[in-house]
Unconditional design. Structure first.
Lengths: 206, 206
DNA sequence: TAGATTGTTAATCGATTAACAATC
DNA sequence: TAGATTGTTAATCGATTAACAATC
């Protein structure tokens, strides 16, 4: 798989499928068709079938997809079948919220270190983790085999933090700061910036 | 303007342009070309020119775009030139983080009410606002002319909250809960769900 | 078997990019 | 004037959707 370059649009839909499939599983539902999925997720059924077909033949003609099996397969595709260590930079309000988010364990993404620049905060604990100084990023990333960094610092500091993370050997960044990060190096940067969402939402009002 | 239906992709880029233009303004820069913008934002200059040209002729040939003027124009397009009242549902960690975010005032989007279902929290204050019960949503939305609702409640409750907001006459929703909301009514729903971002990021690791 | 639904090809639709005349 | 850069058309590229043979 991944012989052809799969488009970003496809990859962004997989987690949405995954989430709904887990929901179906929790409800005890065993199989689902692309039509049912499409109806619930407001996505064209043909697109769902095509997205999945990039990675293999996961369904059965006349029947649909087995929920449990498809969950496993999508997790494999997204590499969520292995534990991925994550660090969080920024222990402000947002950092607090993120570190308490209970989604990580079940998704195999685990926050194993929290950093902050404020000397007042260093040494205090959040979610069982002692806050470390930003200077400790390089060694901690190596020691704990951290592969993903979440940036939750103020906008003016985000670029510098990103560069420190890249330098430390991180493979992916999720950026919450409301600023477009220049990509130094070959890491993947995703944005979770709600201000742009809020601004584009304003356009559609009324 | 908006005679032709402008694509969503265009509208989603406008806030990114806006943010960088404000940054340039803060640095005292007066004019900027599509090439410079494109280089900094990693967007094709032709695309930037085309995006802006949907709404008018904002640039000057041979010169580029006047920063201040373009900021004004984009704010007009996004309807950020008027104050938009926003409410927040969910006063947990994330709600706390959002209510303290300082981006609202300068963007004319202002949180004017906070709701929660937990009786323990009702009556306490966040960011100067008294937390109200969810039952107070309909009257408060009308009274305070609230147009946008931010959902920051646990996933299982998000759909019901969305329906209450729609029923109350809200025009747009920004959903932070990790669940795909069914759109009852004709409101616009944007997602600020970082779990899907984190999951798709995993695919690109290494 | 008949009905349902996949995987996949072909058609359509839409978005991005290149190119360039107009013009500051 | 010469150089730079826009606004816009045409070309390209890519993504979505329709349709249907294969088959459970």
């Amino acid at each position: 798989m991944k012989t052809v370059n799969i488009s970003e649009a496809v990859i962004r839909r997989l987690p949405i499928y995954l989430r709904f499939l887990v929901h179906l599983q929790n409800m005890g539902i065993k199989t689902v068709s692309s039509q049912e999925l499409g109806q619930k997720l407001d996505i064209n059924p043909a697109q769902i079938r095509k997205d999945l077909a990039y990675f293999g033949e996961f369904g059965r003609k006349g029947i649909g997809y087995e929920v449990q099996y498809l969950i496993e397969k999508i997790k494999q595709i997204l590499k969520l079948d292995q534990i991925i260590n994550v660090c969080l930079v920024g222990a402000g309000h947002l950092g607090h919220a993120l570190s308490n988010y209970n989604v990580y364990q079940k998704d195999n993404m685990k926050i194993v270190a929290i950093f902050d620049a404020d000397p007042q905060k260093i040494g205090t604990k959040i979610a069982g983790l002692t806050i470390l100084p930003v200077e400790a990023i390089p060694e901690t990333v190596k020691e704990k085999k951290i592969r993903v960094g979440i940036i939750a610092v103020p906008a003016p500091e985000a670029q510098k933090v990103a560069e420190i993370l890249v330098e430390a050997g991180i493979e992916g960044i999720l950026n919450f700061a409301p600023v477009s990060l220049r990509n130094t190096g070959k890491v993947r940067i995703h944005h979770a910036d709600f201000t742009t969402e809020l601004h584009s939402l304003a356009y559609y009002l009324e």
